[in-house]
Design a protein. Structure first.
Length: 560
């Protein structure tokens, strides 16, 4: 029997030979009438290990209610998360990027095995968003993503604080700039409840990008984690996915080149995380869309930085939400012709059609600048090339007093070595820190360097040094820092042969990253180079190191 709403699940529920399958489904709540309905998987990234995800179990119930009310049958299943903030600064961060792949793989595995007709994913911490979108692009069944929402800011001495405040306080306390009591007060106030880190860090960046791509509902990326609006986001997502099943609008109908360009434009306007480059490249690979690093530079040149959001600015996502949220910014970009209004979305309508129903940004608000007075006339994310990064590297220039430096290299082979050097006073103004063997293979796992960069800020060196690494940066990082240097040291990239004292230039305006060596000298060093043995010999980190691609194509694990 042809059942257009059950394109996948009918092979599991139809006919006499599927009686055993139905028997097991009856045990988990199916009745006779439910076998006629489309079956939707609800990927819940609930976890007690992080405030980003600790409320998602209740949100998944709302999504299920929405699916049922729209005529579907919802089945909730769990997948993992890693807390980037808690794993930051130690060996645990090696597992963070790996978690993106595990999330994607697990959603694909469960949805494929259970023959779901559609899927809703609800995520919070940084890797939840790209992991879910990678799975949706691979599966290509009707799908909606719901962001668990942003955390509210804490308060210390009348000022807003967040997770980056306490990371930076480590450097301030070690320098004697704040007291032990102040230090403890920031620690105890930084995370007052549920939700993902509050600034325009990676979680909020990727949630906003996904809304711009059309894979989540309008306004859902800026609603607070513990608000009534967030519960409604989930209810409506359940209804929306059944509508997508009826219309057979698939993720790859939505996740097009136009969708990626819309996402990049929004990230530039908001001053988003450098991780957006890595994750959007990975999602594009899964969606079979040709996206290149040069697309980021091209869009950066025409889209100004407008939103004064942390880490380089004053405000957090909650403030943006109060003045009109992501839809308000998208309306501005659409009016200026900087995004494609004809791109399809999960509402079954185009982006322009969705935005007609959304409000403009509040007049005279301070969070988002007008186009005639931007924070910076171009976007803050810049892809650099040069003899140190033949495949590219990524910098974020928002809030910087200077965007170039030439100075002697201080070379370290791990994040831990570097942090010890910074806190020990070994880094001086004018230095260029080099952190290597922290790439996708060499780390493995391409750790974020928030502990290092926060210590630099806390020591008062943020405007006077440069830093390059084949690892990554947290969305909370700011300063003249360059990550994703490719090829990485473990893969024989030039960063692996730099010596302390070599002169290095970082020039974001010229989009250049180079070491002042002759091509002959650099070639001679590379010829002698021999990569060290992988740091792990078994387990998930070994598998990741053996299969992961270059950061320049998203650090994905399914390319031969």
């Amino acid at each position: 029997m042809d059942k257009p709403l059950k394109k996948k699940s009918s092979m599991m529920t139809e006919g006499d030979t599927r009686a055993p399958n139905r028997a097991m489904l009856r045990a988990v709540g199916f009745k006779d009438a439910d076998f006629e309905k489309p079956i939707v998987g609800i990927a819940s990234l609930w976890s007690e290990i992080t405030p980003c995800n600790m409320h998602i179990h209740e949100l998944s119930k709302k999504a299920k209610a929405g699916i049922i009310s729209a005529g579907g049958f919802g089945q909730t299943f769990g997948t993992i998360t890693v807390s980037d903030g808690i794993s930051m600064g130690h060996e645990g961060m090696k597992y963070s990027l790996v978690s993106r792949e595990v999330i994607a793989d697990s959603i694909e595995v469960v949805s494929g095995a259970q023959r779901f007709d559609g899927v809703v994913a609800i995520g919070g911490c940084d890797k939840n968003m790209p992991g879910s979108l990678i799975a949706m692009a691979r599966l290509n069944i009707p799908a909606v993503f719901v962001y668990g929402g942003t955390i509210m800011p804490g308060k210390v001495e009348g000022k807003d604080v967040d997770i980056v405040s306490i990371f930076e306080a480590v450097g301030s306390y070690s320098s004697g700039k704040i007291s032990k009591e102040q230090f403890k007060n920031i620690e105890c106030s930084a995370c007052p409840g549920a939700g993902s880190c509050g600034g325009m860090y990676t979680a909020n960046t990727m949630a906003s990008a996904i809304e711009a791509m059309g894979m989540s509902l309008p306004g859902s990326s800026s609603n607070n984690a513990e608000s009534p609006e967030k519960a409604q986001d989930c209810l409506k997502a359940g209804e929306a996915v059944v509508n997508l099943i009826k219309k057979q609008i698939l993720p790859r109908d939505i996740i097009t080149k136009k969708a990626f360009e819309n996402a990049i434009a929004l990230v530039m306007a908001l001053g988003g995380s450098t991780n957006a480059v890595l994750h959007l490249m990975a999602i594009a690979h899964a969606a079979k869309v040709k996206l290149t690093l040069e697309d980021f530079n091209r869009i950066s040149k025409k889209v100004p930085h407008l939103a004064d959001l942390k880490p380089s600015g004053k405000f957090v996502m909650n403030d943006l939400n109060h003045v009109g949220g992501v839809p308000g910014v998208l309306k501005m970009l659409l009016a200026e012709g900087l995004i494609y209004g004809d791109a399809m979305t999960v509402t079954g309508k185009t982006l322009a059609e969705n935005l007609k129903a959304c409000k403009e940004l509040v007049p005279d608000q301070k969070v988002v600048s007008h186009f005639d007075s931007p924070l910076h006339k171009t976007g803050p994310l810049v892809v650099l090339h040069g003899n140190l990064a033949p495949e590219g590297a990524v910098a974020k220039i928002s809030g910087l007093k200077k965007t170039s430096i030439t100075g002697p290299a201080k070379v370290y082979n791990s994040e831990e070595e570097t942090l010890t050097a910074i806190l020990g006073g070994k880094i001086k103004p004018g230095d260029v820190i080099v952190i290597r063997y922290e790439g996708p293979k060499g780390g493995p796992g391409m750790r974020e360097m928030l502990a290092v960069t926060s210590a630099v800020i806390g020591k008062g060196l943020g405007d006077s040094i440069g830093l390059i690494t084949d690892g990554r940066f947290s969305g909370g990082t700011h300063g003249l820092v360059v990550g994703h240097v490719a090829p990485e040291a473990q893969a024989g990239g030039p960063i692996g042969v730099i010596k302390s004292g070599d002169l290095i230039t970082i020039d974001a305006e010229k989009q250049e990253l180079k070491v002042h060596l002759t091509s002959k000298e650099l070639a001679a060093r590379l010829k002698k180079f021999k990569a060290p043995a992988l740091k792990y010999k078994s387990g998930v980190l070994y598998k990741f190191a053996k299969t992961v691609s270059s950061a320049s194509i998203g650090a994905v694990t399914d390319i031969l």
